[in-house]
Design a binder for this molecule. Structure first.
Ligand code: HEM
Length: 509
């Protein structure tokens, strides 16, 4: 018996290290060699950590210093992508721990990946804090579930529903501008203002909830985003997470519970209103559509309360952080390029005079639209679009095995001189004067501000409407210039943001 046990233990001692070496050393090196033989190079794999240490170091070097006043932010906020595309070519392989990830910046390959509909390139399976932030809602769902949720969201954010949202957006902007009166002739930091504005807009338009409720949810989501950022490149092994819980893990669980409670409160209130006869339906907003389906008697289409929570979390985050970032960068650009500010103001006055924006006029804001697209090109809030390769596949001249991650950095395309010309890093809204297709020379994936293919941003129209309304109402009231206190320091908390805010001086008209 003792002999058997000793034999068993020595076998284990032999087998376990062999498996570890095979999985964590031989397989990565083998994949690296196979890809090299196909012409895809990249930084070499390091045992367990992959390239994470190099990435952290490069990011630390660029994030601690404020940059010169250049709009070429790619080398600063994604220095590893920048250096490695220069060194290894448009597409390269690198390693996040033991996980292989290909970085793709070649438009044709991106088109193939993002337009795929047969499940070859699904969204990644996320774990940990990311899952707590986005849940398994529309942003991450796949297959039938995605189709069902996407239909609901398409309906809630298009056509007449979008038109119906305009008064709510205007009222949110009016509330913000009421506060700005106290800053006339003085400096104001606008990022915080836009954070509050965009939280209120999404709370009211998508969830029919109040500013305070929305604010609480955003504060919690932002805390989770900070935890994600802090732990993004921390590699944890072999499912030992359960046994090595950190302070951040405990904090994330607490936040998740608070998020759940806050969202349930809004859901319950809406349900109670219908139950008590104070409202005859759940309403046309996104939460209303979700609740209708939740109460559906057909189990095939019904969605659970947990799914509603996931959906709300994802949409709150996807809809707010991005639009806030777009508005902040756009105001910065208009504060610098006052000639464009004047042109935009002239257009706004021509269309609306002193009146609030209306649906027909919003559609005709051509100059403002050009400015917004140029702002999205230079300062794309989404800095990486991610996918996974689910099965062995041929992509361009490469053949990949399953379970390789894909990263597409929009900024790499947005600054490509072959597409945008040698002045790609300059602010020139006139590029978009004849529309997006002309600006990109028909190269559909040259502009990825809102993504591409079936998973293109579902809130695109809401975001553009919201930004146009906010800009129009600001331009009707103020000229603004950049404060000398502004420090150019773009950084990432999941989206690209001005690290030290955007300070402008307000001059009432
Ligand atoms: C300037 C503002 C915005 C930008 C730059 C932006 C950008 C993007 C991008 C690049 C994607 C594609 C991601 C991918 O392919 O993996 C996306 C998807 C998405 N966005 Fe936006 N977005 C913005 C505003 C909004 C708003 C206001 C909402 C909500 C109303 C929203 C909700 C979503 C959702 C739910 C998805 C996932 C769609 C799907 O997978 O089917 N976004 N967004």
């Amino acid at each position: 018996m003792v002999l058997l046990l000793a034999l068993y233990v020595s076998l284990l001692l032999l087998i376990i290290p062999s498996i570890i070496i095979y999985k964590l050393w031989w397989i990565p090196l083998h994949l690296q060699r196979v890809m090299e033989s196909q012409g895809m190079r990249g930084p070499s794999y390091k045992f367990l950590h992959g390239n994470t240490k190099e990435i952290v170091k490069m990011k630390q070097q660029t994030s601690t210093t404020a940059m010169d006043f250049s709009h070429d932010i790619f080398p600063i906020i994604q220095p590893h992508f920048y250096s490695w595309t220069k060194l290894y070519g448009d597409n390269f392989l690198h390693w996040i721990g033991t996980q292989p990830e290909i970085v793709v910046t070649e438009p044709e390959l991106i088109k193939e990946i993002l337009s795929n509909r047969d499940g070859t390139y699904p969204k990644r399976k996320v774990k940990g804090y990311f899952k707590q932030l986005l849940g398994n809602g529309l942003v991450l769902a796949e297959g039938e579930k995605w189709l069902r949720l996407r239909k609901l969201a398409n309906h809630a954010f298009h056509g007449d529903c979008l038109k119906d949202m305009i008064p709510a957006v205007i009222s949110c902007v009016e509330t913000m501008l009421e506060k700005w009166r106290n800053h006339e002739g003085q400096e104001i930091e606008v990022c915080n203002e836009f954070r509050l504005l965009t939280s209120e807009v999404i709370s009211r338009t998508a969830f029919g909830s109040s500013y305070l409720e929305g604010r609480k949810i955003f504060d919690l989501l932002l805390k989770l985003a900070v935890l994600i950022n802090r732990n993004m490149l921390n590699i944890r092994f072999f499912g030992f997470e359960k046994f090595t819980r950190t302070q951040d893990d405990i904090e994330a669980d607490k936040i998740e519970q608070l998020l759940h409670d806050s969202i349930m409160k809004i859901v319950k209130r809406k349900q109670d209103e219908v139950r008590k006869g104070r409202a005859d339906s759940f309403g046309n907003d996104f939460l209303g559509s979700l609740l209708k389906v939740h109460h559906d008697t057909d189990p095939k289409t019904q969605i659970s309360a947990a799914e509603i929570i996931d959906e709300c979390k994802g949409l709150y985050f996807a809809g707010q952080e991005t639009t806030y970032s777009l508005l902040s960068w756009t105001i910065l650009l208009l504060a610098i390029y006052t000639d464009w500010q004047d042109k935009a103001r002239q257009e706004v006055f021509q269309l609306f005079g002193q009146e609030n924006p209306n649906s027909e006029g919003i559609a005709r804001l051509k100059t403002v639209n050009m400015i917004l697209y140029e702002s999205l090109r230079l300062y794309s809030p989404i800095i990486v679009i991610t996918r996974r390769i689910s099965r062995r596949v041929k992509l361009g001249k490469y053949e990949f095995p399953a379970n390789v991650n894909v990263a597409i950095p929009p900024l790499a395309l947005h600054r490509n001189p072959d597409i945008w010309g040698q002045d790609a890093h300059l602010f020139k809204p006139e590029r978009f004067s004849e529309g997006l297709a002309k600006a990109t020379n028909g190269n559909a994936t040259a502009f990825l501000g809102f993504g591409f293919g079936p998973r293109t941003c579902v809130g695109l129209n809401l975001a553009i409407h919201e930004a146009k309304i906010a800009l129009s109402m600001i331009l009707q009231r103020y000229k603004f210039t950049l404060s000398p206190d502004y420090v150019h320091s773009p950084f990432i908390i999941l989206t690209a943001q001005p690290q030290r805010g955007v300070q402008i001086v307000l001059h009432p008209l």
